[in-house]
Design a protein around this ligand. Structure first.
Ligand SMILES: C[S@@+](CC[C@H](N)C(=O)[O-])C[C@H]1O[C@@H](n2cnc3c(N)ncnc32)[C@H](O)[C@@H]1O
Length: 214
């Protein structure tokens, strides 16, 4: 399900800041060479993440689900001088491709790229985060939220991607609900009811849940 009419999305992109040349070539090369390129955040969402990061001016960001690094580079655009982004991905096959773009970006020194299962790595992190971006396996969204919340400073933010899951979150209940959809339904309900955070579900691209720790 598309949430925006195609013409409206095109108009929104046309009236949104351009991607950098680096992001354009990252997107092009991901589409040409890497499986599942639709996982990449893309122009409109990428500019949105960049803008959010520039509003927060984070010192420390955690990203769960690097893929080829598009959203990581967008989020780095708002980092304070000397700030750091830790990004985690379990897929080691993406490492060479992704590291090349990180090295060629202005944020080479700011990005700490870790290969491994986020469920194992997050508990080892001793940082306090200003911003967390959750964009990995949907089945573990609630676990990522629970693992990360204690590491987010009061007033800090979490963003979870794909929370509308192509509209499957509102599908008829007589159709069998798959595990990913159920995990997102549970996540959306859980954070909505959690009084430690305030939340807004933004229907951009595949749905972003924006959360602020109270
Ligand atoms: C949707 S993609 C991320 C897209 C990226 N954030 C962007 O916007 O360009 C999801 C990524 O999560 C990774 N992933 C899935 N399960 C994971 C896990 N348990 N730990 C770490 N990464 C995981 C996948 O390998 C995949 O690259």
């Amino acid at each position: 399900m598309k949430f925006l009419a195609e013409e409206i999305e095109e108009y929104a992109v046309l009236h949104t800041e351009n991607e950098s040349e680096l992001l354009k070539s990252l997107s092009r090369e991901t589409h040409a060479n890497i499986l599942n390129p639709r996982m990449l955040s893309g122009h409109l969402q990428g500019r949105f993440l960049s803008m959010i990061s520039k509003m927060i001016r984070p010192e420390t960001i955690l990203e769960i689900g690097t893929y080829t690094g598009y959203s990581a580079i967008c989020l780095c655009e708002g980092l304070r001088d000397g700030g750091k982004l830790i990004t985690i991905d379990v897929n080691e096959e993406l490492e060479i491709f992704t590291r090349k773009f990180f090295s060629n970006s202005p944020y080479a020194e700011s990005i700490d790229y870790r290969i491994g299962n986020a469920l194992d790595i997050i508990p080892t992190l001793t940082n306090t985060f200003d911003l967390v971006f959750i964009d990995a396996d949907k089945i573990n969204y609630s676990s990522y939220f629970n693992l990360c919340l204690e590491k987010v400073r009061a007033g800090g933010f979490l963003i979870a991607d794909n929370v509308l899951w192509s509209g499957k979150v509102i599908q008829q209940t007589d159709i069998r609900i798959d595990k990913d959809t159920q995990a997102l339904l549970d996540f959306n309900q859980m954070v909505h009811e959690d009084n430690r955070v305030s939340n807004v579900l933004i229907p951009i691209r595949d749905g972003l849940m924006l959360l602020q720790k109270i």
